[in-house]
Design a protein around this ligand. Structure first.
Ligand code: SF4
Length: 405
């Protein structure tokens, strides 16, 4: 298979701002290091980021998201967050086309925060794993108390304040995979627009999961016995409700499959596998790229995935000249090429699981991982077989009124 690596767009589409690594929760599977550190990004660093992005004519024609992420961004306080957002808006050139978004645990959301998100047009992602019995096993505060009640109240406050783009991220481990009905009943009743599933995986500072610590690459280690029935049941419950809840894992597969049907040469090109598709700016101004999960990780071979500093570049294009970026690019590219040559799922995946190669096997050039087997390959298999099944049932029933995805 041909690998059209050079056709990848050079421009970033996501700028992750790690304004603090501090977090008010201590979720057992969290990958973010340094979560008790109170320091936050200085306004000078934030200004520098905005000059390089919304203040640069080079980016004037591009649209991208600023994502406040990791640990709990709301821990910086509402006044500080407003100042940061206002400085961004003040720096932006008239043509700038950007959007604010945030990934939060929702615990600190109140009416004031919700109004701020509404007025500044934030897309808000809230991490919650499902009903209390599932969520509170892992998502706990520093005293071990479950976060469910506070997070639920936060989501309701967001919805009551008219924030349209509330999505949820649910992390699934061994327990959750056995409770798809409870999970879907919860999220379908919640009234949010979107849901994504993350695997409880070995990543950055999280070294152990309910799937076990040792990820020797044997097919027998993959938990298809858990993940396929999980996705299949989630799909069954989701399909009649697909117009009111977007499930990321299914939407990604169905979109790529539809594009490939239209153009058989189509290959998915996720931001995470594009050079500088995603830029992560750490609290102190260091720049990381490819997967946001790389930021803050220990990796002497790649200078801890640091490819520059916002004070040391005139434009993000300068990052591409750094020796460490070139080394990372070489190895990430070799992983993409390995995916393209070895994996039949590549056209619908595009080699999305860049960081998992490192965190699972310390090898960026290795194609398949536990995580992609569980989250991509299983999702593709379930999605395509379920869509085929649904449409053959509909074709058999000529009176069916619904023939569109
Ligand atoms: S499913 Fe895994 S092996 Fe296949 S293309 Fe995606 S990341 Fe690569």
């Amino acid at each position: 298979m041909e690998v059209a690596l050079e056709s990848h767009k050079p421009q970033f589409t996501l700028v992750v701002l790690q304004v603090t690594s501090l977090c008010n929760l201590n979720c057992s599977y969290c990958y973010v290091p340094d979560r008790r550190n109170q320091r936050m990004m200085s306004e000078d660093i934030a200004d520098r980021v905005f000059k390089l992005t919304v203040g640069s004519p080079q980016n004037a024609d591009d649209s991208f998201d600023f994502l406040f992420h990791a640990g709990e961004p709301m821990a910086v306080g509402l006044e500080a967050m407003k100042r940061i957002a206002d400085r961004c808006i003040a720096t932006a050139l008239p043509k700038s086309n950007f959007r604010f978004s945030i990934q939060t645990n929702g615990v600190l959301v109140n009416e004031d925060w919700a109004r701020f998100f509404h007025d500044y047009h934030f897309a808000v992602g809230v991490s919650i794993d499902g009903p209390a019995l599932i969520n509170d096993k892992y998502r706990v505060d520093w005293s071990g108390k479950g976060s469910y009640a506070k997070t639920l109240r936060g989501i309701q406050t967001l919805l009551e304040n008219g924030i349209d783009e509330v999505g949820c991220l649910a992390t699934v481990g061994v327990d959750a995979m056995q409770q798809p009905d409870a999970i879907m009943e919860f999220f379908l009743g919640l009234g949010v627009a979107a849901l994504g599933f993350n695997l409880e995986d070995v990543e950055n500072s999280n070294l152990v999961t309910s799937f076990g610590e040792n990820r020797s690459l044997k097919q027998a280690d993959y938990r298809r016995d858990l993940v396929e029935p999980f996705f299949r049941r989630v799909f069954e419950l989701w399909w009649p409700n697909r117009h009111r809840l977007r499930i990321r894992e299914f939407a990604d597969v169905l979109r790529a499959a539809a594009l490939r049907r239209y153009d058989p040469s189509y290959v998915r090109s996720p931001d995470v596998a594009r050079d500088l598709g995603i830029l992560t700016i750490m609290r102190d101004g260091r720049i990381s790229t490819y997967a946001p999960e790389f930021a803050g990780a220990r990796a002497p071979e790649y200078d801890d995935f640091v490819v520059g500093h916002v004070d040391a570049v005139d434009s993000f294009e300068d990052v591409k000249k750094s020796a460490n970026f070139l080394k990372l690019k070489r190895d990430v590219t070799s992983g993409i090429a390995a995916c393209a040559s070895n994996c039949e799922y590549y056209p619908l995946c595009g080699s999305s699981f860049v960081s998992n190669r490192w965190f699972e096997y310390r090898d960026l050039g290795r194609p398949d991982t536990f995580t992609c087997e569980m989250m991509r390959k299983a999702a593709v298999d379930v999605c395509l077989s379920e869509v085929t099944r649904v449409y053959s049932l509909q074709a058999a029933d000529s009176s069916s009124p619904n023939r569109s995805i």
